[in-house]
Design a protein around this ligand. Sequence first.
Ligand code: FES
Length: 344
Amino acid sequence: MSSHQITIRTQDGESVSFECLEDEDVISAGLRQDIFLMASCREGGCATCKGVCTEGDYEIGKVSVQALPPEEEEDGYVLLCRCYPSSDMEVEVPYTYDRISFSPEGLGFEAEIVNLRDVSSNVVELKLLRRGDDKQIKLDSGQFYDLEIPGTSLTRSYSPANTANNRGELDFLVRIVDKGKFSSFLQYDAFVGQTINVKGPFGVFGLKENGFTPRYFVAGGTGLAPILSMVRRMREWDEPQNCAIYFGVNTEEEVFYADVLQHLQQEMPKLKVNICVWKASESWCGEKGSVVDILRRDLKDLGIKPDLYLCGPPGMVDATYAVCAELGIPSQQIFLEKFLPSTN
Ligand code: FES
């Protein structure tokens, strides 16, 4: 059987090469040779394995258009889990060499559920503690982990709201969705003391250095988790720039962590928090209306162009991106993570 040489170039100028057989996707070829490139769903749905092909020919299998929009595909972007080379190939990936693991255990560990509680009408807070002697949680704020539903091989991806630590702590916010597999597990089967297999961290969403440019964070629902992690990281590093969080939900019953946000604002004088309720009642005293419209109002009056970090459902992220583009914020200053629907 013929094979092709694949070279993966990382952001820090390093590279790794391996063989890929005919009819084999690049992620599987790497795995066969103990090269664990960044990947999560392995079925074209999550975009974790995205890179850009700089040389070579290939076919792309079935992918979600959310994960690989047609215009990106035209520009040479590929999802490596659905990329079948027909020649030698070179691919640039948006992460550094240390994100590639060379052993199957590299990224997996066991954790124990230490707390579970409802924080709003549709969000559960799930706190985990890493088991074993190694308590290191090596995380770039904004990244996510895959959590496996015990007794199955099904995983779901969630970003922690906390920052890297040596205490083994991981705090997640999970939206409860009707008939969702992880939702059903949390509602009916999960208990304190239970063990969950965790893998990660994955993803490239995170803080970018840009001098003293202000940072604006826009979160829809549980998109608040990676945003909180990034803002908490800024607090740990005493970063001096202005920043603002725009947190959008549909109804007041869906608001969570108002106290956490208020506390953060007290600790960070340069932080402004806006909780935006779309269908608010008369008595709601925060912002009323869509988070996108409220952000547009504030950006118009701002006079400067902040960096934007967007996280939440695709509709909200796309609408916010469009507003930023309309107001002249360059695409290099907009960083985003969409919650893509599960495919299994
Ligand atoms: S791992 Fe390739 S799209 Fe999810």
